[in-house]
Design a protein around this ligand. Structure first.
Ligand SMILES: [Zn+2]
Length: 467
């Protein structure tokens, strides 16, 4: 049902978006009417028919298209612009509004662009002072389009702020009328699954997921899965997400709707949900928030090429004191994240620790990060979860590039790999949100279940083929 709704709303958005093209057709229609008037007006008793457009407009148009195209242009200097047009036969007018588009470059101003397009400073001045307009704030990469009437006059300016948003200026009575156009991308729901053969990143890429989407997945599960140490061959990944299309062309990925990761036979699921107050979050099938107080692995795992490197699974133990943390071998320069929100209590250098950072989280918890190549935070600084606090290195007593990570509760070292199970439960949806949440995730649960079944069937088929 939800999927169906998505499709329906997708269709509605699409038609809205279709509607956004109407104004341009409108312009074409107005242009056609004007042409018609231009052609017919001289033969009608009343010449006032077209006078509701700008005052200077009708005359040159009439002279161009009907009176005599051979007429010396000196008599009507304003018609020079349109002289290249072939002489129009009265029944088949060929004159139309013409568009020219210019990319905004660094240092461009409205008057520069408009003079490039053949318009005067006065045109630029009038367009620029349109109330609520956007033309005084031009940014490189944006596009400005100018529509020119057959008589050379400016009919319309189109300021494309982004692929989704434009501001249209229509010339009317010596000023501009403004209209904002928002394109609603069409949403298409996509389902993908993949099997881990070497790393989550590669599995995601094989499944056709963008790097951004893989990062989002990693963030989503970062509180329940250690993507450096946990993944095993045969783990599987499932994701249902939105893709956005503009004019039938892929534009970008949208939101992850639901995702699951099966690690060593255990499946973790996450569902996107907006509560009655409009707060958005991801929750597991029981309505518990996916955002945990601490990350499982406090570093950017995407820089680590393989999850099956035995040297990494078996930590580097060659420290001079008892080993009380987890070691993550990773390339020098790999970003190290604050495992949770907190305050830096120490950031410095010692012979044993090298560059190190200690963070206090609430009353009870401290996390420590050793052997950093660079420190990115100072003592007393507040940090938020996933904020980069330094980079992996081999400073101090370290045999190779790795992050040594410690987790202390009330001053006592704990195993960071297992402490999470003992931490207070993450925030859950309240009892009055839960039924609504469960109803909203129901169909996606089915979708995930189907993906999981399909993946298992595929694995079985592959096993059969090799036997
Ligand atoms: Zn260590």
């Amino acid at each position: 049902m939800k999927r169906l709704q998505d499709n329906i709303s997708g269709a509605t958005r699409h038609s809205l978006h279709e509607a956004s093209h109407l104004p341009r057709r409108h312009i074409a229609a107005i242009g056609a009417i004007l042409l018609f008037l231009a052609v017919v007006a001289p033969f009608t008793p009343s010449g006032n028919v077209s006078a509701n457009r700008t005052e200077e407009l009708p005359l040159p148009t009439i002279s161009q298209s009907t009176v005599n195209s051979e007429q010396p242009s000196a008599a009507q200097p304003t018609t020079i612009e349109v002289s290249p047009l072939p002489p129009a036969t009265p029944e088949k007018p060929v004159e139309e509004i013409t568009w020219a588009f210019y990319q905004v470059r660094p240092g461009d101003s409205l008057s520069k662009l408009m003079s490039r397009a053949g318009f005067t400073d006065r045109d630029a001045y009038i367009a620029g002072k349109t109330p609520g307009g956007s033309l005084t704030q031009l940014y490189p990469g944006q596009t400005l389009g100018f529509a020119t009437q057959p008589n050379g006059e400016l009919a319309e300016i189109r300021h494309k702020l982004s692929a989704l948003e434009s501001v249209v200026y229509r010339a009317s009575d010596g000023k501009f009328e403004i209209e904002r156009e928002l394109k609603e991308p069409e949403v298409r729901v996509v389902e993908k699954s993949g099997e881990i053969t070497s790393s989550l990143f590669l599995a995601g890429q094989h499944a056709g997921l963008s790097d951004n989407l893989i990062m989002e997945l990693a963030n989503l599960f970062g509180g329940v899965i250690d993507f450096v140490l946990d993944p095993r061959e045969g783990d599987t990944l499932y994701v249902i997400y939105e893709t956005l299309y503009l004019d039938d062309q892929y534009y970008s990925d949208g939101n992850i709707i639901a995702a699951a990761f099966t690690n060593k036979g255990e499946t973790f699921s996450a569902y996107r949900y907006t509560d009655r107050e409009g707060r958005l979050g991801y929750y597991n099938e029981r309505g518990e928030s996916m955002r945990k107080a601490f990350l499982m692995a406090p570093l950017d795992f995407t820089r680590i090429s393989s999850n099956f490197n035995p040297r990494r699974v078996h930590p580097v133990y060659k420290t001079t004191r008892p080993h009380r943390g987890t070691d993550y071998a990773a390339p020098k320069g790999t970003p190290v994240f604050a495992a949770g929100d907190g305050r830096v209590i120490e950031a410095g250098y010692s012979k044993a620790n090298g560059n190190y950072v200690f963070i206090q989280h609430g009353e009870k918890y401290v996390t420590k990060y050793l052997h950093l190549d660079k420190r990115h935070v100072k003592a007393n600084q507040r940090v938020s979860q996933s904020q980069i606090i330094g980079t992996v290195g081999s400073t101090g007593t370290a045999t190779g590039n790795h992050l040594h990570y410690e987790f202390l509760v009330n001053g006592v070292h704990q195993n960071p790999r297992t402490i999470h199970k003992k931490l207070p439960k993450a925030k859950s949806l309240s009892a009055n949100e839960l039924p609504r949440f469960l109803a909203s995730v129901g169909t996606h649960q089915d979708g995930l279940a189907q993906l999981i079944a399909a993946q298992q069937a595929e694995s079985l088929a592959r096993l059969d083929a090799t036997n």
